[in-house]
Design a protein around this ligand. Structure first.
Ligand code: PLP
Length: 396
């Protein structure tokens, strides 16, 4: 941990005001601007225009599939619609269940409800906030059609464990429940020698402005090894007429895909820098008795989209909220809570989904996410760690 002198020195650094989840999660340069301009120029030809499934989109899909190590990547306008398309393909019948962790963003449970399924809330485990395989084992029934984990902070959920459970509990008609992941925050991360997104039936990434890489602020991808689904999805993203299915417009633009190709080339360097910040900070905060480090201090696999500490019991709830308040007031560093059980903050989901997750509810009171970003310098990181230690000491 930092000494008193180190803390005082670190706090002299003129650190910029960081958000826990900065509004631009990646880094843009001249290359992205040039790619966007070139895509616009080529669209000025009346015969070509902005195209339908034009070349940069197909090239981007191929590059992503290769990067992740899957057969197919389908570019869409946003991660949530990608999940909607996936769950519509499952043809859920009334009463069909999907296990979804409550510590989550809105989009996964909404996709299940939108496709006519029943959400069954799963508990997350204390060590990493990921859907607990033991709770999946408890909640799986003959009506379970899918298990839908989220890589919540950009660290991979234990996909192999869910797949193993699914295989032991096949649905009487559809076979083993499909394991589908919300990888919105996980793009570029690793899991046991594979890329986050490779394992399971399919995964959906977000290219929203806050995420690990972005295509001009919006965008998403679905990745899978199922070529039949991929062919269906490419038609359904254009109103579905060609496959006789309900659809709407979920296409990515050519300009976005051109920028995506540039961002994809930089993704590994973004993730390496996120891991650098996490590793430095782990060292600076090690031995601070009030916190446990993210995923027990491991920094070699996760995408570190968020850097999430677990506070001790005496700092849970109100004291955690006070810590967030004084970090902002005194040091201009915005921490936040990702994520409380989603039904606690979404009245719609509270109304639509029965049941709660008491364990996750308690767990979420100890979450605090501290800013992280690939462009954060080591000096800024030291300032943030010093500020955090100071605030914890003051609240002791
Ligand atoms: C951002 C996010 C989404 C939604 O992504 P969009 O591309 O905005 O649709 C879904 N799930 C998680 C976990 C997210 O963080």
């Amino acid at each position: 941990m930092m000494t008193e002198k180190e803390i005082t020195d670190a706090l002299k650094y003129p650190c910029q005001a960081w958000d826990a989840e900065p509004c631009l999660g990646s880094i843009y340069g001249e290359e992205e601007i040039e790619a966007a301009v070139a895509a616009i120029r080529s669209s000025m030809n009346f015969k070509e225009g902005f195209g339908f499934s034009s070349e940069p989109i197909m090239e981007f899909e191929k590059a992503v599939a290769e990067y992740v190590g899957v057969k197919e990547a389908i570019a869409v306008n946003s991660c949530g619609p990608g999940q909607d398309i996936l769950f519509r393909y499952l043809n859920l019948q009334p009463g069909d269940e999907v296990i979804v962790p409550s510590i989550n963003y809105d989009s996964a449970p909404l996709a299940v409800i939108g496709a006519g399924g029943t959400v069954v809330w799963g508990e997350s485990r204390a060590s990493d906030y990921l859907l607990d395989p033991e709770d999946v084992e408890r909640k799986i029934t003959p009506r379970t059609r899918a298990i839908f984990p989220v890589h919540i902070h950009g660290n991979s959920a234990p996909m192999d464990e869910y797949i193993e459970i699914a295989n032991r509990h096949p649905h009487p008609v559809y076979g083993p429940p499909k394991v589908i992941a919300d990888a919105a925050r996980g793009m570029g991360g690793d899991y046991k020698g594979t890329k986050i997104g490779k394992l399971g039936y399919a995964s959906s990434y977000s290219l929203h402005t806050m995420k690990n890489m972005t295509t001009l602020g919006e965008g998403g991808l679905v990745v899978t090894d199922d070529s039949d689904f991929a062919a269906w999805a490419r038609r359904v993203r254009m109103y579905g007429r060609a496959v006789g299915a309900w659809g709407t417009s979920n296409v990515m633009t050519k300009v976005q895909a051109a920028v995506g190709l540039v961002q994809l080339k930089k993704l590994d360097s973004f993730i390496a820098n996120r891991r650098r910040v996490a590793a430095e900070r782990n060292e600076l905060l090690a031995d601070l008795p009030e916190v446990s480090l993210p995923i027990n201090g491991r920094t070699d696999e996760g995408s570190f989209y968020l850097y999430c500490l677990t506070l001790c019991d005496s700092f849970a709830g109100e004291k955690r909220d006070m810590l967030i308040k004084i970090m902002k007031e005194r040091y201009n560093i915005a921490c936040w809570v990702a994520n409380p059980p989603i039904y606690e903050v979404s009245p719609y989901l509270a109304k639509m989904v029965k049941g709660t997750t008491p364990f996750s509810g308690k767990l979420a009171r100890k979450i605090i996410c501290v800013p992280i970003h690939p462009a954060m310098t080591s000096e800024e990181n030291r300032y943030i760690a010093a500020a955090f230690i100071k605030c914890v000491q003051d609240l002791r």
